[in-house]
Design a protein around this ligand. Structure first.
Ligand SMILES: Nc1ncnc2c1ncn2[C@@H]1O[C@H](COP(=O)(O)OP(=O)(O)OP(=O)(O)O)[C@@H](O)[C@H]1O
Ligand SMILES: [Mg+2]
Length: 421
């Protein structure tokens, strides 16, 4: 195929879509659908989609007072296929303005997606949209591919690069830790923690609510998300950080004691209602991302911190690969973008590993721990898909074609094809 492939990464919070060969997705919109109240429960035939009264993305949020608003995915998984099909329909025809019969399609899936889901994806793509070929990539593997690609010089050949590393993919709905050895996820060591961007936003909104900041209830979620994205950060030591906020400073003019400079006045326009919002931001600036390291702050039943999960995922991997897995911890997803997230995770994992080797009496053997940031981190999964499909020769070997689908049926997508680059 001479045309670029369509690459769509449907995340729990945001869908990233665009064409292969590009560095960034051309469109990034919430994975929301708003369906007309009267018709949302009706089974509607595929051909009627164009006239059918529904919206996706920001348009869906804007129409949520007159329509029924739903997030199409739950914890990274597609649950409602009818809605997913509608979402893809508008994504391809209206947002990308592409004819799906003329482009290979790259979709992504969470690490433990079921074979049934893969088959269903294939059936919809081949039969409803008539794509000439489909590749479904595991999100973490694509993110690792992206990390490797972003770190090499453009002139270097990525083909021979070894794909071994530990991917921490934290989006809106779920955080996965996946050790990958030579391109293959070690499937029984994939771990997840039920904490991601949505929980951190909720932490911020709960704090603002408790402090009785003047934010209309309907704006609170979106406003908290934006405050979080532009202000929250990871501190190396929360007790010390608390002290900085507790310090009072004397105003030289009035002689009065004031709150520390750490408190910030935030002023913004709510994307939801268009209202001007003003509020103070305090401890939540560093306490919200802290939930990765102290999940019990938001979930009384869950106590394993992210660093513990990363360490466990590597410790349980084959001995021969552990050094490489500690040395190449790759970040992916919007919720890894907090300032100093990489440093804090590295510090905590290193502390654990060091403690263990010291207890064993061989501190000199402590493996190197390296968490790396990369420029494509936010849409790493999408970028990995884009680069993979851009390498046409290699891609031709892993894409399932329409002819193969017609011969074999949906089970063509049952197993993940060999992921080799
Ligand atoms: N600069 C930022 N700092 C912190 N969080 C951010 C930043 N930018 C985006 N986010 C958060 O990242 C999340 C979206 O990330 P991403 O697009 O990777 O998730 P997703 O793919 O939709 O979800 P998932 O992978 O869990 O299915 C949202 O919670 C968003 O608020
Ligand atoms: Mg994602």
């Amino acid at each position: 195929m001479d045309t670029p492939a369509i690459v769509i990464d449907n995340g729990t919070g945001f869908t990233k879509m665009g064409f292969s060969g590009n560095i960034d997705p051309s469109i990034m919109i919430p994975s929301t659908i708003a369906e007309s109240m009267e018709t949302s429960d009706l089974i509607v035939s595929k051909v009627q989609f164009n006239d059918y009264d529904y919206f996706i993305g920001e348009e869906a949020l804007k129409n949520s007072s007159t329509h029924k608003l739903t997030y199409v995915l739950n914890g990274g998984m597609i649950e409602n296929w009818e809605q997913m099909e509608k979402y893809w329909h508008k994504s391809i025809f209206e947002y990308l303005r592409a004819d799906p019969e003329e482009h290979y399609m790259v979709l992504t899936e969470p690490p433990m997606n079921t074979p049934e889901n893969r088959e269903q994806m294939a059936e919809i793509m081949f039969e409803t949209f008539g794509v000439p070929g489909l590749f479904i990539g595991v999100q973490a593997v694509l993110a690792l591919y992206a990390g490797v690609y972003a770190s090499v010089d453009k002139s270097e050949n990525i083909q021979g690069k070894d794909l071994t590393g530990t991917v921490v993919d934290s989006g809106d709905g779920v955080t996965h830790v996946i050790p990958i050895v030579h391109g293959y996820p070690i499937s029984n060591n994939i771990k997840h923690i039920p904490i991601a961007g949505r929980d951190i936003t909720k932490f911020v909104s709960d704090s603002l609510k408790t402090r009785k900041e003047k934010i209309p209830a309907s704006d609170l979620r979106e406003v908290s998300r934006i405050i979080k994205e532009s202000n929250c950060y990871c501190a190396p030591d929360i007790l010390k950080e608390h002290k900085k906020y507790d310090e009072k400073i004397k105003d030289p003019e009035t002689g009065k004691w004031k709150q520390s400079k750490k408190f910030k006045k935030v002023s913004m326009t709510s994307p939801y209602s268009g209202k001007r919002i003003k509020c103070d931001l305090g401890y939540e600036a560093f306490m919200a991302p802290e939930v990765f390291f102290h999940p019990e702050f938001v979930n009384a039943d869950y106590r394993e911190s992210l660093d513990e999960i990363v360490d466990m995922a590597i410790v349980k991997s084959p001995l021969d690969n552990r050094l490489d897995l500690y040395k190449n911890i790759v970040l992916s997803g919007g919720s890894t973008l907090f300032k100093n997230f990489d440093k804090r995770l590295e510090q905590e994992v290193r502390r654990r590993v060091k403690g263990r080797y010291e207890a064993l009496g061989i501190p000199e053997n402590t493996p190197e721990v390296k968490v790396s940031q990369n420029v494509v981190q936010q849409a790493a999964v999408w970028f990995g898909g884009s680069m993979l499909a851009d390498n046409k020769e290699n891609f031709a070997g892993i894409v399932s074609t329409k002819e193969q689908y017609e011969e074999v049926g949906p089970s063509i997508a049952r197993h993940n094809p060999v992921f080799s680059i």
